[in-house]
Design a protein around this ligand. Structure first.
Ligand SMILES: [Zn+2]
Length: 427
């Protein structure tokens, strides 16, 4: 049974029924799903959730479906990793990584929003789905559509990373490469959604789609033992993930699953596409669109749909926003890989680089319980990484020893290699 009571305009408050709508007729403000929290509180408890399977659907009453999910049944519930070595490098004693680089099936957090929006599309009776995407969403919609037997049209900027193009076309979707940036793609998709009866998930199903991102925040709270962290650092493209993590934590608080929390939300953007960060830093009440130019293509949205809401959530929570240059992004990817064995895409490099700046500025303290959001897998954007090419030799022991000069005896593993294993999290 649905716990949704309808949609409401975030700008003027006008109510709408729960239909495939995304924009307010009166003021063009974004529409938001509204729930009956009293009803949810009566049925949803920590025990009920714990008894359910390890997927994002364990929080199903807080998601906008009328019936059981039909697509993406295994999405979500990715690991929350204790990051001792990255923490030591950044000066954070209680650091965790929420790792959606291993999300099923398409290795990014977009599997969460697609699981919700395609399930909703089936409830609404759509037979053709699609999206405007900077890559990860394209991968996820194409994969889920294949499994559900839905026709899919995927619209992307034509110059996306090769792995993201392959990771979309392989599923048999119609992939439309647009000569232009994401904002051009998005504009065309709005026209197509008006003309065709298609579910373009982040266009005409956007209110439902975006709700899937709340589960990223639900899982962080549950995996920390039902408490919210002091700080979360989140990469921002359209701004919806950060906005929905904020909403999700407030919902858990409201229905009594976590104590009142004061989590500060920090946004991370690339210097080459920083419209939300600029609005936060300059205390602007509007988002000034930019023309993106960055290696972080998954974050290259110059006119972010939820930019204003993200900036508001950052301010409300007492957080801040920072940005990273292309070089800092590459360094962030390398640091995360070398310290934690997590290979993140460019957005992860942005998040690590920004976290370093926030610590240096004293905005995140060494003892703050901090979570950084890794939202996609590094194999998708491997072309930006600068590596030392492996040295090649013939398969001869003498060549190996002459070339690499290894120590004869293996070094005894020092306990100090993992200095803070014994230190548990105290909150
Ligand atoms: Zn309105």
């Amino acid at each position: 049974m649905s716990t949704v009571t309808g949609l409401t305009c975030r700008s003027c408050g006008r109510s709408y029924p729960a239909e495939p709508l995304s924009i307010c007729d009166d003021c063009f403000g974004p529409l938001e799903v509204v729930y009956d929290y009293d009803a949810i509180k009566r049925v949803l408890s920590r025990e009920v959730i714990a008894a359910r399977g390890p997927s994002m659907w364990r929080y199903r009453e807080l998601l906008p479906l009328d019936g059981p999910p039909r697509v993406g049944l295994e999405a979500g519930f990715t690991p929350l990793l204790r990051a001792h070595r990255l923490g030591a490098a950044l000066g954070l004693r209680r650091l965790f990584i929420k790792d959606d680089s291993v999300s099923r099936p398409s290795l990014s957090f977009k599997d969460r929003v697609v699981a919700v929006s395609l399930s909703k599309a089936l409830e609404f009776g759509f037979d053709t789905v699609g999206c405007a995407s900077t890559g990860n969403l394209a991968n996820s919609v194409a994969a889920h559509a294949a499994r559900a037997g839905l026709r899919a049209y995927i619209f992307i900027p034509a110059d996306l990373e090769r792995a993201k193009i392959i990771g979309t076309t392989i599923y048999g979707a119609q992939v439309v490469g647009i000569r232009g940036n994401y904002d051009d793609v998005n504009r065309l998709c709005s026209e197509i959604a008006d003309r065709y009866h298609w579910a373009l998930v982040n266009v005409n199903l956007r209110p439902y789609y975006a709700e899937g991102s709340k589960t990223f925040g639900f899982e962080i709270a549950e995996q920390l033992g039902w408490r919210a962290p002091d700080a979360i650092v989140v990469p921002m493209a359209g701004g919806a993930l950060l906005t929905k993590i904020h909403k999700g934590l407030k919902e858990l608080e409201r229905i009594g699953l976590i104590p009142p929390c004061a989590t500060r939300l920090y946004g991370a953007q690339a210097s080459g596409c920083n419209p939300i960060t600029a609005a936060v830093k300059n205390h602007q009440s509007r988002i000034q669109p930019v023309k993106p130019h960055t290696i972080a293509k998954s974050l290259a949205i110059g006119n972010p749909a939820d930019g204003l809401l993200a900036a508001q959530a950052i301010r409300e929570s007492g957080g801040w926003s920072e940005e990273a240059t292309d070089e800092e992004i590459r360094q962030g990817i390398a640091l995360l890989s070398e310290t934690e064995g997590v290979f993140a895409e460019t957005a992860g490099g942005v998040t690590v680089a920004v976290t370093r700046k926030l610590v240096a500025q004293g905005l995140i303290g060494p003892d703050d319980l901090t979570v950084i959001a890794v939202t996609g897998n590094g194999l998708k954007t491997a072309e930006v990484c600068q590596i030392n090419e492996p040295r090649s030799i013939d398969a001869k022991l003498i060549q190996f020893e002459e070339t690499f000069r290894p120590e004869r005896r293996s070094t005894v593993y020092a306990k100090s290699a993992h200095p803070s294993t014994a230190q548990e999290v105290h909150c």
